[in-house]
Design a protein around this ligand. Structure first.
Ligand SMILES: Nc1ncnc2c1ncn2[C@@H]1O[C@H](COP(=O)(O)OP(=O)(O)O)[C@@H](O)[C@H]1O
Ligand SMILES: [Mg+2]
Length: 619
């Protein structure tokens, strides 16, 4: 009889009773994940709910259901203690030993029974285009790199690294305390020295295959290219522009792999801006490499990721209570906490975040609450626990290296108990970003000043032309030109967070703001007894608020929108006012140059202040 189980069916395997689990969507179908070699079912033992343990039963299709699986299963056991390779520990349903089930379902012969891994696949996350936060990206990348580098260190390779073979217990809806953050499945084609070559050699999965993989990727360096892309995707996934630019089931389309393309540029600059040059450099090196062996080793990735993001370390005995708070309740508390931060009521915000961090049933909500708590701690300092009587935060399980210092290699876990509920990774220091921003804005201001001085004649001629158009048109044109320059600076600063269409929108929004502000200011200037400084202040305020309002539509964080609009309206107002006030009475060329410099630098300071005050902004 063909094996076609229904939810709730009882299977007796080796004298143990298992229940077939239903599909997560409910209904009359069993949970069944179809892969390329067979189907994976979900079984469980014990009473449904609290005490049950879940298992995966992989039933191989005919050509793969061979006796060779017996020896393979024994060899795989040698990898089972490596973090992230729990599925290497498996029991094979061999005839003779498991006849109780095989008599009823002969097509389950040589099926593999292993631990069930909770959580979505990376491919599901990519398809959903759902971003990660920085800490999630860091912890997942750190764990994947650790697992792949450990395999490579043994001279081995997984050989079929891809988004569908990476599972993410760290993002599971059900709590997975004590588990390693990631697991890599589909281990049947692992390469190791002396192991027999499989009949079917993997050629890499679409979106992850090197040019060279067409010859077959089964050898010591087989994971280097696919690993590089998978790690880059994960690291880039906390940068919204990357998510939006993804192809479909993988970030890259196989056709564009190793070609010059926008997706590569977006991912490269995301890595560079969020995690630093060394990691972007590794992606670049893999992308350009003519062979799999020429790609950077996975140990290099591991080292750089640990240096940039911290490392996941084992922690035993820190399991927290099972989380029970419903999603809606947790979301409402997060909104309250956000409002409390805006109102400056930090103790209230801390309390709400803590409740969600400790009790939300949804892993992601817990993660984002923990992330906000750490942001608050950085910004306002740690809470006085003794005074409030609340229990302290669970300690971070990551040792973050000091600047310039490499973290030591993590000790091997004594068991599979890993802390994964906290997303325990640090981010590049905010100050570096602010310094970079100040550099860019000052540079842009100075370049503008220089350019205007150098083209003295041109400035005078353009000014004359504009004068002849009348005061309103004159003022409006200058406002639009100035705003377009500001839009360019803003787009440059935020480019890693903006998709390509988003960048255009951002720049065009600035120009539209300039047009609206310029018209308002122009009408004031054109009026009898016109006040130039009043016109300037109005141009700035209206232009800044309009531009920022249009740009803020691209923000994913509603809280940040108000910050952005307020900061931009105020800084454009002050910059325009100062620019006109300080340059009145000067000659055309120095007046234009100085005014442009003041406005660019002023708005730059506004962006820096915004980044500082709305630290969690994502758009
Ligand atoms: N141990 C497991 N726990 C949970 N899901 C699993 C497990 N093993 C496999 N899966 C799911 O089943 C899918 C197919 O399994 P896989 O071993 O990759 O088969 P194939 O070799 O046919 O691709 C995976 O992409 C994953 O979603
Ligand atoms: Mg697979």
């Amino acid at each position: 009889m063909t094996f076609a189980p229904r939810p709730g069916d009882e299977l007796t395997i080796g004298g143990v009773s298992y229940r077939v689990e239903g599909a997560p969507t409910g209904g009359m179908f069993a949970y069944a994940q179809e892969g390329r070699q067979g189907i994976v079912y979900k079984l469980s033992t014990g009473v449904a709910g609290a005490g049950s343990t879940a298992y995966a039963l992989k039933r191989y299709d005919e050509p793969f259901r061979t006796q060779q699986l017996v020896a393979l299963t024994q060899r795989l056991a040698g990898f089972a203690s490596s973090p992230g390779l729990v599925v290497c520990r498996r029991v094979l349903l061999t005839p003779g030993t498991f006849d109780d089930i095989l008599v009823l379902h002969p097509d389950l012969s040589y099926s593999a029974l292993m631990d069930w891994v909770e959580g979505p696949t990376w491919m599901e996350r990519v398809v959903a285009r759902k971003p990660l936060n920085d800490d999630q990206s860091g912890v997942i990348a750190s764990a994947v790199a650790t697992t792949l580098a450990a395999v490579a260190k043994r001279g081995a390779a997984h050989c079929d690294v891809s988004g569908q073979n990476l599972l993410l217990p760290v993002l599971a809806a059900r709590a997975t305390n004590g588990r390693y953050p990631i697991e890599i499945v589909d281990v049947e084609q692992i390469y190791a020295e002396g192991w027999p070559k499989p009949d079917l050699i993997p050629r890499g999965l679409p979106g992850y295959a090197h040019r060279d993989s067409a010859k077959g990727q089964w050898g010591p360096g087989a994971d280097r290219f696919a690993g590089a892309l998978l790690l880059s995707e994960v690291l880039g996934w906390c940068v919204p522009g990357v998510c939006a630019a993804a192809d479909d089931e993988s970030y890259f389309n196989q056709r564009e792999i190793q070609q010059a393309c926008d997706r590569f540029r977006i991912l490269y600059s995301a890595l560079e801006s969020r995690w630093g040059k060394p990691l972007a450099g590794l992606l670049d090196a893999a992308w350009r490499s003519p062979s799999l062996a020429g790609c950077p080793a996975l140990e290099e990735w591991r080292r750089e990721i640990v240096a940039a993001a911290g490392e996941v370390t084992p922690s035993v005995g820190t399991r927290s209570e099972p989380p029970t708070m419903k999603v809606g309740e947790a979301q409402a508390l997060l909104a309250d906490a956000e409002a409390a931060v805006q109102d400056g009521d930090i103790p209230a915000a801390r309390q709400s975040y803590r409740l969600v961090a400790n009790h939300a049933s949804e892993g992601e909500l817990r993660g984002s609450a923990q992330f906000r708590l750490r942001e608050i701690e950085r910004h306002y300092g740690a809470a006085d626990e003794a005074a409030t009587g609340r229990s302290p935060e669970p300690r971070s399980t990551v040792r973050v290296p000091a600047a310039g210092q490499r973290a030591p290699t993590p000790p091997r876990p004594a068991s599979t108990a890993w802390e994964s509920t906290a997303f325990p990774v640090s981010r590049p220091p905010r100050d570096t970003r602010l310094q970079r921003l100040a550099g860019i804005v000052l540079g842009a201001g100075l370049a503008l000043l220089g350019a205007l001085f150098a083209s003295g004649d041109l400035v005078v001629r353009v000014e004359d032309q504009l004068h002849s158009l009348g005061r309103v048109a004159h003022w409006t044109t200058i406002s639009v030109l100035m705003s377009a320059i500001l839009g360019l600076v803003q787009t440059w600063v935020f480019r890693p967070r903006l998709s390509i269409p988003g960048r255009f929108r951002f720049g065009i929004a600035a120009a539209i703001g300039g047009l609206v502000g310029g018209l308002v200011g122009g009408l004031v200037v054109a009026a009898p007894s016109a006040e130039q400084t009043l016109a300037a202040a109005l141009t700035g305020a209206v232009g800044g608020a309009t531009a920022a309002y249009l740009q803020a539509m691209a923000f994913r964080e509603p809280g940040a929108r108000h910050h952005w609009i307020a900061w931009m309206a105020v800084t454009w107002l002050v910059s325009w006012y100062l620019a006109v006030m300080l340059t009145t009475g000067l000659q055309t060329i120095p007046a234009t140059a100085l005014a442009a410099g003041i406005i660019t630098a002023g708005v730059g300071v506004g962006i820096a202040a915004f980044l500082y005050s709305a630290r969690h902004v994502e758009f």
